[in-house]
Design a protein around this ligand. Structure first.
Ligand code: ADP
Ligand code: MG
Length: 604
């Protein structure tokens, strides 16, 4: 048998390695920013076009490279940062693998310009898909500029795998924020498609956080500082009353490197014990400095996880430090999450003679009658064995005929005159129906009702909106502001009205009819969070997520007492829905108990 093993050519090996290092444009951003930091730059500029798909450029004023080093930097395992294995346990740089530039150059068109301070001329080097194209002398400022164009141009499968520009940009912004938060002593700027996204001057930590997350953040920060033998902890947490329904503002840095660590996150959360209600998370920016030989960051090429020698001790110190600071800054008053839920229930059934403040509606629109009305079919999960179908035998299982049945009042109709509903355990609405008893889950049913109302608004495109007496100014961080800008049209189609969307705040002049003004911030936050988490790729599913998110936020909750009128309203509206049987999240909204089943129990 002939020998069959061969060494892979370098460009193939590099492409394979690139798969590890470069998952998406944001990975390139991270590597280039980190190289600039390792080069001792004090000002770093990031330029991105089309979410990094066509251009990612990082320009720094760091120490630059010699002509030979410039050439060598693109070789695999070429690094100036470590020399021997032991150095791995004494890392003071971000990079150490020597594979980023080689990997990036394997899957893109790269142009590097670099000059050291004592050089007259710098050099410009071009590489495309690991192939050396040219190197020549150029006049260029001291420092380095790396331009990465047409990422994944030679791996179409990877390129196609990239998400929408919205999502890829969000990843880039996240990466940029993490790096910028870790280095307030470096000036950063960030341009996307010629727009300035960030321009951060050198400052202290607080200034950097505020510059990134918006000026309102300032008043929310509680400083943290503790020095022990094993760790120094600096940074900020936000006061409990500013806790968010989202976790995207939780930052740990270890030796100036952003990391994720659920164990340490738990330590912080537990310091907030009893200060936050379920579903709310603290925001934090915590900077841990530990001896370089007490951690191992050599776990994963993307390096957001690191291993600590003594995580348990760290946990205890972190928890008590945060707790102590919260106490010291006399944080409070503690949010009263147990207040009477009915007081802030957005769902007020005010009777038919108090008209909805509709700004504009299409008077001809009838979602249930018009066949021509193009209504989008939104995806939802249908419960198997839907009992209501068999209940109302002979009726179309789409529920359309079912509605006319309700309209004819045949449904709740053994004794129509005293067709009563009861509320059980502030949770279920119980009513007698032809074949037995129906139990309706008030919260899930109301979610379904609101969901369809929102969808209706969206399809009509003339959403019901209530104008605010006074415009409301709300502040958000820049990422959220950008997201709001992107989905502004969709938000308007469900009833929000905006006067202005500025750098770190928005001015709201109108909102969907069923929202109470005091809830608008958490509702929008939840909405943004849901959109981020669901990562919709089309505006179609984005609208669906919005409708779902709002229905979840606004539905009356379990535990809310409902009067008779409110109960009936839910029952009636639920069965006018297109899909009354399930909540927008696929949960069953009601169950029925057949009279036969009841009979059987008595006959036992
Ligand atoms: P690593 O950062 O792990 O060493 P890279 O492939 O990212 O590997 O970079 C290879 C080498 O190129 C670095 O070790 C460094 O010497 C040099 N280099 C890369 N980027 C820069 C830069 N912006 N300024 C100066 N030198 C750089
Ligand atoms: Mg590097």
């Amino acid at each position: 048998m002939p020998d069959i093993i061969q060494l892979l050519p370098d460009h193939v090996a590099n492409q394979i390695a690139a798969g590890e290092v470069v998952q998406r444009p944001a990975s390139v951003v991270k590597e280039l920013l980190e190289n600039a930091i390792d080069a001792d730059a004090t000002a770093i500029k990031l330029i991105v076009r089309e979410a990094g798909k066509t251009l990612i450029q990082v320009i720094d004023n760091g120490k630059g490279m010699s002509q030979t080093d410039a050439r060598l930097s693109f070789e695999r395992h070429a690094t100036s940062k470590i020399r021997k294995a032991e150095d791995l346990f004494n890392l003071h740089t971000k990079g150490f693998r020597g594979e980023a530039l080689a990997s990036i150059a394997a899957i893109a068109h790269v142009e590097l310009k670099t000059k050291q301070e004592d050089q007259q001329l710098g050099s410009c080097l071009k590489i495309e898909g690991s192939t050396f194209i040219s190197q020549e002398n150029v006049s260029t400022p001291t420092g380095t500029s790396v331009a990465v164009k047409n990422l994944f141009y030679n791996i179409p499968a990877r390129r196609n795998f990239l998400k929408s520009n919205t999502i890829e940009t969000r990843h880039i912004v996240n990466e940029f924020q993490r790096v910028a938060l870790a280095h307030p002593n470096i000036a950063f700027s960030f341009y996307h498609n010629e727009n300035e996204i960030y321009n951060l001057s050198i400052g202290n930590l607080r200034q950097r956080i505020v510059a990134i997350l918006g000026k309102k953040t300032n008043e929310k920060l509680v400083p943290i500082h503790e020095i022990t033998d094993v760790v120094e902890i600096k940074g900020f947490v936000t006061k409990p009353e500013y806790a968010k329904k989202k976790r995207d503002e939780q930052f740990f840095f270890v030796n100036d490197r952003f990391i994720k660590n659920s164990y340490l996150n738990h330590a912080v959360s537990s310091a907030f014990e009893n200060l936050l209600s379920g579903g709310y998370y603290p925001t934090y920016f915590l900077y841990l400095t530990v001896p370089t030989n007490s951690i191992d960051i050599n776990i994963h090429p993307t390096k957001t996880e690191i291993k600590f020698d003594d995580e348990k001790t760290l946990y205890a110190i972190l928890r008590s430090t945060v707790k102590h600071s919260l106490g010291q800054y006399n944080v409070g008053p503690i949010l009263d999450f147990d207040r009477d839920a009915t007081l802030d229930t957005p769902y007020h059934l005010k009777g038919t003679n108090s008209p909805n403040p509709r700004v504009s509606v299409n008077p001809d629109f009838n979602p249930f009658k018009s066949e021509e009305q193009k209504s989008i079919q939104f995806p939802y999960r249908r419960e198997k064995n839907m009992e209501w179908e068999s209940l109302y035998n002979g009726l179309d299982s789409t529920g359309i005929d079912f509605k006319s049945e309700i309209a004819d009042s045949g449904l709740f109709s053994d004794e129509k005159a005293n067709s009563k509903t009861y509320q059980v355990h502030k949770k279920y609405i119980v009513s007698s129906i032809k074949s037995g008893i129906v139990y309706i889950n008030q919260q899930l049913a109301h979610q379904r009702i609101l969901y369809e109302e929102f969808l209706e608004n969206i399809t009509v495109r003339d959403a019901m909106s209530q104008q605010l007496l006074f415009p409301l100014e709300l502040s958000f961080n820049k990422v959220d502001i950008n997201l709001i800008k992107e989905i502004k049209g969709d938000l308007e189609s469900i009833g929000f009205l905006f006067e202005e969307i500025l750098h770190d705040n928005i001015v709201v002049t109108g909102m969907p009819v069923n929202i109470v003004e005091s809830q608008i911030t958490p509702i929008i936050e939840q909405l943004l969070e849901d959109i981020k988490n669901d990562i919709p790729d089309t505006s179609f599913s984005q609208l669906d997520i919005m409708a779902k998110s709002l229905s979840k936020s606004l539905a009356i909750k379990t535990g809310t007492k409902l009067d008779l009128k409110e109960q009936e309203d839910i029952v009636n509206k639920l069965f006018l829905c297109k899909q009354p049987d399930s909540s927008p999240f696929g949960k069953r909204t009601f169950i029925t108990v057949n009279i036969d089943e009841i009979d059987k129990k008595f006959n036992n």
